[in-house]
Ligand binder design. Structure first.
Ligand SMILES: [Zn+2]
Length: 231
């Protein structure tokens, strides 16, 4: 019996639309999203364009029939409803992250504005606000450059994420966010984009960021430790 679930294709599609609606994709097929069903381990991922299939004008143009289903080894279990679709060209990076961080249930790869400034200059994004620590795990490291679609790009991103970060920059390219589920990954993406914006505004105004406390004990009163979900 097939382990492929229509419900998870729908989740992948909705995550793709959400991603575009948040301004995390510049145009056409820039960036991509994938989700992993924890029950089966199958990955539902955006398709790559081909000669007969263009993602125009943007990710809002795809349908549930375009979602590709793969396993952790990259085998295509279903190439969309027509069977001829391949996963996004950044599939080596998605697989490298799922392998290195098995708790991951969703990966969002963005080409967005404010994180793009840091990616373009190869700088880490400082932990400017409490929410950066809460969602991304601390400052966001910029990975070494890796060619688009390469295993090296995936390896460099895994290194930048380490064991304790949920966001990383792809040098001169974009950013990647991970979460245990779709909402967590998107929360990390939205807050990181905001953190990059805040850091840039502070610099532009000639203001200096001050060091962020890093331990749970410094950040929160112990009485609410049990209620913390994200750190
Ligand atoms: Zn990209």
């Amino acid at each position: 019996m097939s382990q492929i679930k229509q419900e998870w294709k729908q989740k992948a599609l909705e995550a793709t639309y959400r991603y575009y609606d948040l301004g995390l994709s510049t145009s056409r097929d820039s960036g991509d999203v994938s989700v992993r069903d924890p029950e089966t381990g199958l990955i539902y991922i955006d398709p790559r364009p081909n000669a007969n299939f263009k993602i125009v004008p943007n990710w809002r143009s795809i349908t549930i029939d375009d979602i590709v289903v793969i396993d952790i080894d990259g085998n295509i279990l279903e190439g969309g409803a027509t069977g001829d679709k391949k996963p996004t060209i950044e599939v080596p990076m998605h697989l490298a992250i799922y392998r290195a961080r098995p708790e991951t249930g969703c990966i969002v790869h963005s080409h967005a504005l404010y994180t793009g400034v840091f990616a373009a200059t190869g700088e880490d994004i400082p932990a400017a606000l409490l929410e950066t620590v809460l969602n991304a795990g601390g400052e966001i490291r910029c990975a070494e450059y890796g060619p688009v679609s390469s295993q090296l790009l995936g390896d460099n991103i895994v290194k930048a994420l380490g064991k304790d970060r949920n966001a990383a920059l792809l040098r001169q390219h974009g950013a990647v966010y991970i979460g245990k589920d779709i909402d967590t990954a998107f929360m990390c993406a939205e807050y990181t984009e905001r953190s990059a914006h805040v850091a840039l505004l502070a610099r532009a105004a000639g203001m200096k960021l001050i060091p962020m406390p890093t331990t749970k004990e410094e950040l929160f009163d112990p009485s609410i430790f049990d209620e913390l979900d994200v750190i």
